[in-house]
Ligand binder design. Structure first.
Ligand SMILES: [Zn+2]
Length: 67
């Protein structure tokens, strides 16, 4: 029988290596290296939701002209 299988992934936020064990309980911050990165990711999602829920009117694109 295999022993606990160690798996290494990279934190999607900062790219730091994150270790976990396949047949053990996943770490609370998985797949992030820390709670900080987890919160950053959560913030990203919330921001995206905010953007989607408030679409920029097409007229705004014309204002973007620089003179
Ligand atoms: Zn991280």
């Amino acid at each position: 029988m295999k022993k606990t299988e160690k798996v290494m992934i990279k934190c999607p936020i900062c790219g730091k290596n994150v270790e976990f064990y396949k047949n053990k309980k996943l770490p609370p911050n998985f797949p992030f290296c820390s709670q900080r990165c987890k919160l950053i990711d959560l913030g990203k999602w919330l921001n995206e939701e905010y953007v989607i829920s408030e679409p920029i009117p097409e007229e705004y694109e014309q204002i973007d002209d620089e003179e």
